[in-house]
Ligand binder design. Sequence first.
Ligand code: ADP
Ligand code: ZN
Length: 714
Amino acid sequence: MTTTPEAILQQYFGYNEFRSLQKDIITQVLSGQDTLVLMPTGGGKSICYQVPALMLEGVTIVVSPLIALMQDQVDALQRNNIASTFYNSTQSREEQRIIEQKCKDGEIKLLYVSPEKLVSGGFIEFLKHIKVSLFAIDEAHCISSWGHDFRPEYTQLKLLKEQFAHVPIIALTATADKTTRNDILRQLNLENPEIFIASFDRKNIRLHVTPGQDRIKKIIKYLETRPDQSGIIYCLSRNSTEKLAAKLQGAGFSADYYHAGIDSVRRAQVQQSFLRDDTQIICATIAFGMGIDKPNVRFVIHYNMPKNVEGYYQEIGRAGRDGLKSDAILFYSYADVKILREIIADIENPDFKELQYAKLDRMLQFADADICRRRILLNYFNESLTQNCGNCDVCRNPTEKFDGTILAQKAISASIRLKQQVGINTLIDVLRGSKNQHIVENGYDQVKTFGAGREASFQDWRAYLQQMINLGFFEIAYDEKLALRVTELGQQVLKKEHQALLSKPTEKTFAKAKTEKTKTKKQTLSEALFESLRTLRKQIADEQSIAPHIIFDDATLTDMSKKRPYTKKDFLEVSGVTQAKLEQFGVSFIKGIIKVSVEQFKEGATVKGASHLVTYQLHKQGLTPKQIASERAKTESKALNPVTIEGHLISLYQKGYPIDLMHYTSAEAVRDIQQVLHETSSEDGFKPIHEHFGGKYSYFEIKIAKTLLGEVNA
Ligand code: ADP
Ligand code: ZN
C-alpha cells in the first residue's frame, strides 16, 4: 500500500480529517480484523468501509437492504470517480454479466448488493472467482429478530464466514442496544471482532418539546420561518398524515404524505420527490423510515407522542445527517398518551404489555421533564452527559422558581371538590370561573372554589398543572377520561406540609429562543449566498436528473458560502470538494459565487475579495486602471485611486487570474527595472528606482517588474 487513509479521504471525499473513531476503525479493517461499528445516523459509517475498499486489493462487497437506495449511493460514489456499482434483480442478465467481468478485471472497488442476491447460489459461486477484499454489512441490526427492522434474508449472511473464512467482515449499525449487538456478533460469527461504539449524542439536533394545543397553527408558524427546508412530520395514524398534508398544502406549503397503506409505486415517487428537494415536507407514519438517506432533513416533528424513547430517538435521528443545525420538535398531549395506552392495552402477552407501558412511561417522563432533555435521552441509552447540553428547550429557556403553594392548593382543593373526576381543561374552567355549557350542565359552577383562580390565564394554568403533575401532586387516570387524581404528596401541599416550587410559564417558541444571538452581517451575507447556490444546485440536479446532495451536500455548500472561492484552487479547499467534483461542477459554482459576491458588494456590503472581482470584470472589458477607477466612481460610494486598481490587478495576477501585465509595460522596461531591483534593498521602497530612471517608468511598471521578478526566482 503506497497511500494513506488520509490521502484517500482527501482525494475521493474531499475531507481533511477523519472524525473520531473513523481512523481507528479503518486501521482495524485494513489489518484484516473483523469489526462491529455502532454509530448514530449521520456519524459517518460509510467512510469506514469505503476508504479501506479503495486501499485494499480486490472488490469490497457491500450488503445493503434497500435496492431503492443503492442507485443513489453508487451515483454519489461515481461522481467522485470511485469505481463502484450495484448488482440486483432489476438488472438484466447481460448487465449483470458485464459487471461480473469488470469485477474480474479489477475495474470495480465497491459492489453493492442486496442480502437476497448475495446469498443466492450463483452469486456466491461468482464471488469465489474474484478477489473479495472485504464484506461490509450495512444496517446490520436487520439480522436481529429483536430489532425493529428484522429482515429474514439477513440471517443467511452467516454463510459468509463459512464460505469465505479469510475475508474480513465489517458490520455497521445505528442501533445501540446490547441484545441486537450480541445477535449480530453471534449470527455473523465474527472472529475475535473489535467493537467500536461511538457516542450517540447528536449535538446538531436541537430538542424541543411543546404542548400539543394548536399544533397545526404552531407548525405553520414554524414553517413560515423556514421556506424551502426539508422536514418530516410523524403522525400516529395514516389518516392524520393525509389530513395534515392537505392542511399544509392548503396553507401553501409543498407537502405530501406517506404511510404503509399507499401503493409501492407512489411510495417510491414520494420518496424520490423528497430526496430531490421537490417536496419539502412529508407527513408520515413511522413506515417512512430506513429508506430516507437524505442528508439535509432540517427538522423532524412529532405531531403525536411516540410510543417509546427508542422510536423517538431513531426518528429524530433522520434530521441533520449532514451535521448541520436541525430541529426535533415533539408535541405532546395527554390525549395522545391515552390513545397509546389503549393500543398497548390490546396486547395479549402480559410481559410484553408491561414492558410497553413502562416504555411509554419513560417517554412521558422525557416529555414532562424540566431538566436538560439530552441528559435524559443519553442516560436512557446508558451514556451520560456531564453537563447540560445548551441545545434543548429546557437549557435554552431557564425559568425562575417561585413559591406556588397557594396556586397549587387552589387546584388541589378544586379537584377534590370535583370528586377528582375531571381532567385538566375542566379543572381550569372551574378555577377561572368560566361558565360554559359543560360546566353549567354538570353544576360545577356551584362548587366552592369556582372562580378561585382567576389571576392566571388558561394557558398559564395549563403550564402550572403540568408542573404539578411532574412534581407528583396529581396523577392522571388514563383509564378514566384523563381525570386528575390528587396524590399523597398533593394532600401534603394542601395541608401546607410541602412547598410547591413552580416556575413562571415562559413563551417557549421553537422558532427562535429569546437567547438566540442576532446574526452578524457576515452570516447574513453567507446565508444569502448559500440560498443562491442551493438554487443553482437544484437546477443542475434537475438537468442531470439526480438528487441535489449528489452534487454537493448542504455541509459543503455552507463551507463554500463561508469561504467564497473565486478560483479553482480555492474551490478545492472547500470541505467535500474533490478534484472530480471540481471538474464537473467547479466552473458553474465559482461563477455563481462571483456573481452573488459582486452583487452584494455593489449593494454596499463588505465582501472578501469582491472589490478585486469588480476590477477584474472591468479589466476584461479592456479598461485601463485609470478608466476602471473612474468607471467605478460612478456607482460606488467610495472613490478608488487608480493605484489601488493597479494593486488589484497585480494581486489578481498572483492569484492566477489571466491578466496580461505586460500589456502595461514593455519587456525592455521590465529588464531595466529588474536590473536595478537586484541592486537595491527591498526596504527602500520604489521611490529610489522611480528617481533612478528620472520618472521614465511609472510606479505600476516597477511593481509589475517586481512581481514578475518574484516569479522567476521562485
Ligand atoms: P451514516 O451512514 O453513519 O448515517 P454517512 O456515512 O452517511 O453516515 O455520513 C454522514 C455525513 O457525514 C455524510 O454527509 C458524510 O459525507 C459526512 N462525513 C463522513 N465522514 C466525514 C469526515 N471525516 N469529514 C467530514 N464529513 C464527513
Ligand atoms: Zn439541554
